[in-house]
Design a protein around this ligand. Structure first.
Ligand code: MGD
Ligand code: MGD
Ligand code: SF4
Ligand code: MO
Length: 681
């Protein structure tokens, strides 16, 4: 069979590789060997031909003039961005020579891989790279920057990442978007809600600290004070029990600890909860009644509240709600925090932890990158970055920059662009786009496995992650066959997972034939918790040093600065991806900070004026947007703008690198700042 690449023209199936729950099916239109149009695949059962604006404009990115064409070595100071072209041979030789020296002088744990999901393909993001670094015995990275606090919190309640099938939410009568800006970050869930509203008179509720795009389409927007959502969840439980709106037979059959919980939540009466959350008593009661009386009722648990000091406990608490009402068993009811358990593939086969030979290597939390580079003993001497842009996306950015500037740190960055991080690298390697690779994709929201086959030739001298790790393995003299297996073989091995009953044996050929294969998912009757039930009371939590029942713990008050600072993603970028595409930047215009008019008046600031935002960690200068879309005391900005788009717009200079209550999670939104009108503005 001729490959897609061999045909200069045609329309080919593809999948969006970005770190986004929707994982849309795509069709790539090709003419004279180039992709000229990216559109949604109408045959995709969930995304149905609709895709976001970001990816409709993807050709701007894959054929951007600025894309890296060949390997580079640094010739200027770190951070300056002065580089000279080198060959792949020189690049690989330079890296492996340095790593062989470090193996001898400092041991392999002086080398730290640093990656995230810039490309969600399983082979690219956590395949050949894991094999390589296991074999090397490098330090391990705890990839905790996104949703790990909530994942652990959810696990205490549910045992694993099992949620509602989003396709069933077409039947839902009540949608609660809780700390998720779905219109921008999970657009098909927002579409399903709007469809259910039209066909089914469903109601849409948004609980957020910001009247964002999703809140603006809601039937009811409930503004809440940052980091207080656990108290709201407990207040809802209080009313549900008090008004006898709980499903006793569900509680009996599928949960443990409902009697203890019933007693525990007495203290979270609506007046108390109102005082914590800033939500009026009557709204708390009304929300509880709507939730208790509407069926099916569905909660989309977002990432916003998970990026706080108490993010793990938030998810722990909210995931108890559908158990109280029995909504887990109602078609279109329940909740989605994530759904990755249904599509769990064979990571032992793909990542080969056995290559580590039982060595206990140290684990470094990725949220502490700056700290690790500046203070860790024994020191990190080499950093290998791929699929992420930590100079922009990691917290406490000034620390990260200082770490990256260390003269004795040997840094390699593999990316499609000379990112802000790559500017600090000693060696820069050009990456292919996902449309140039073979890979398989498993969504963390819907239930489908998808295939990417290469549609275009690699861009100039760019290489995929898999290929680069094969070359590095060869350069290091690793002779295991694990480094020679083809992408097709890797896919076959990964999708043979006897541990996951929801996927039977799936092969590369099956995927090529069907493009979309759905897990045979069914919401479980017993759960992988210690008791086999949904744990409202968790002994495991008690053993791990947490309160065994859902409990509100306030944010850490990290300073006296008057504003809680929420630096969330925006509509037209994906994290920092697209922040360097003229088209996407044009759509966003410039970064703003949203303030309440009451605060703005006190500061003497009007919409459109530049303000300085600062704390002990750093400062930013952004344009003020004044109104009533945030509560007093809250400052919200959207978008991870890089340094190249303007001075002092790096919001992560302000964010804390404290670690959340669970899972080593990030606390991007728990920092405080001061704001002032720019003196000469
Ligand atoms: N367009 C676009 N889509 C994306 C991304 C992107 O950058 N751009 N990023 C992708 C990734 S990696 C992820 S993890 C997801 C994240 O997507 P979401 O789950 O939507 O999470 P966030 O956008 O981080 O935050 C969601 C909302 O939480 C609110 N929030 C902050 N603090 C609190 C709080 O204490 N309580 C409540 N109730 N709300 C709060 C914020 O105001 C924001 O509106 O989106 C993915 N999709
Ligand atoms: N202030 C603040 N900071 C945040 C967040 C927030 O809400 N607020 N969100 C956090 C969250 S949830 C996340 S998930 C992180 C995400 O942060 P990152 O994972 O860093 O995401 P991106 O900024 O999109 O960077 C991905 C990079 O991978 C590169 N890339 C893409 N495909 C490939 C490939 O195949 N190979 C290689 N080698 N490179 C590739 C892209 O070009 C891009 O430079 O950011 C976190 N940072
Ligand atoms: S970024 Fe998300 S919504 Fe946009 S095409 Fe990709 S998966 Fe779909
Ligand atoms: Mo994320």
């Amino acid at each position: 069979m001729a490959s897609f690449v061999d045909n200069p023209n045609g329309i080919y199936p593809s999948v969006c590789s970005l770190d986004c729950p929707d994982q849309c099916g795509l069709l790539l239109h090709k003419k004279n060997g180039k992709i000229i149009k990216v559109e949604g695949d109408p045959n995709h059962p969930v995304t149905k031909g609709f895709i976001c604006n970001k990816v409709r404009n993807m050709t701007e990115r894959i054929y951007d003039e600025k894309r890296l064409k060949y390997p580079l070595k640094r010739i200027g100071a770190k951070g300056e961005g002065e580089f000279a072209r080198i060959s792949w041979e020189e690049a690989i030789n330079t890296i492996t020579a340095r790593w062989k020296e470090l193996q001898q002088s400092d041991g392999p744990e002086s080398i730290l891989p640093y990656s995230f999901y810039g490309n969600m393909g399983n082979l690219s993001a956590e395949g050949m790279d894991r094999r390589f670094f296991n074999r090397l015995g490098a330090s391990q990275l705890d990839r905790s920057i996104c949703n790990s606090a909530g994942s652990v919190g959810y696990q205490y309640t549910m045992g694993g990442s099992y949620g509602t099938d989003p396709e069933e939410t077409i039947h839902t009568k009540l949608f609660i978007f809780w700390g998720i800006n779905a219109v921008s970050t999970n657009m098909h869930q927002a579409t399903l809600a709007q469809q259910a509203r039209k066909e089914n008179s469903a109601k849409i509720i948004v609980i957020d600290v910001h009247k964002n795009k999703t809140a603006r389409l809601a039937d009811w927007f409930i503004p809440i004070l940052p980091g207080t959502d656990t108290a709201l969840a407990l207040g809802l439980m209080h009313v549900l029990f008090a008004e006898n709106m709980v499903d006793s037979s569900f509680l009996e059959q599928f949960t443990v600890g409902h009697a203890e919980l019933r007693e525990h939540i007495v203290q979270y009466d609506p007046a108390t909860v109102s005082g914590i959350t800033g939500i009026p008593v009557e709204d708390i009661v009304r929300l509880a009644k709507m939730y208790g009386e509407t069926s099916p009722a569905f909660i989309r648990i977002g990432n916003g509240p998970q990026h706080h000091d108490n993010g793990g406990m938030f998810v722990r608490a909210v995931s108890c709600l559908p158990a109280l009402t029995g909504q887990w068993k109602v078609k279109g009811g329940g909740a989605i925090k994530g759904n990755s358990a249904y599509l769990a593939h064979n990571t032992a086969h793909l990542q080969r932890p056995d290559l580590l030979k039982n060595k206990k290597t140290r684990v470094i939390n990725m949220n502490l990158l700056g700290e690790a580079l500046l203070t860790l003993v024994p020191a990190v001497k080499s950093l290998y970055v791929y699929g992420t842009n930590p100079a922009v996306v990691a917290p406490a950015a000034n620390k990260v920059q200082r770490g990256l500037k260390r003269e004795d740190l040997f840094t390699v960055v593999h990316d499609l662009f000379l990112t802000d991080t790559a500017k600090y690298a000693d060696i820069v390697l050009p990456a292919t786009s996902s449309f140039e690779n073979t890979d398989f994709f498993t969504s963390y929201w819907h239930h489908y496995i998808q295939l990417q086959q290469p549609v275009i030739e690699p861009f100039e001298e760019a290489k995929s992650n898999v290929e680069v790790f094969r070359l590095l393995a060869k350069g290091m003299g690793f002779t295991e066959t694990a480094f020679e297996e083809t992408e097709e073989e890797l896919i076959d091995q990964s999708l043979t997972n006897p541990l996951n009953p929801y996927i039977e044996e799936i092969t590369f050929k099956d995927l090529a034939k069907h493009q979309y294969i759905k897990a045979k998912a069914k919401f479980p009757d017993s759960f992988p918790t210690p008791s086999g039930k949904i744990e409202l009371f968790s002994e495991k939590m008690e053993q791990d040093g947490y309160p065994p029942l859902p409990t509100y713990v306030p944010l850490i008050n990290d300073s006296d600065h008057p504003f809680q600072f929420i630096a969330a993603p925006n509509h037209n970028f994906l994290n920092s991806t697209f922040a360097n595409q003229a088209k996407h930047v044009g759509l966003e215009k410039e970064p703003e900070v949203v303030l309440n008019h009451y605060d703005a008046e006190k500061l003497g600031v009007k919409s459109g004026e530049q303000v300085r935002i600062w704390n002990e960690r750093g400062e930013c200068i952004l344009k003020a947007s004044v109104g009533d879309s945030v509560l007093p005391g809250v400052a919200v900005t959207q978008g991870l703008w890089g340094e190249e788009t303007g001075a002092k717009q790096l919001v992560n200079t302000l964010t804390p690198d404290r670690i959340a209550d669970m899972g080593g999670g990030a606390t991007f939104f728990s920092g405080r700042v001061s704001v002032e009108k720019l003196p000469n503005a």
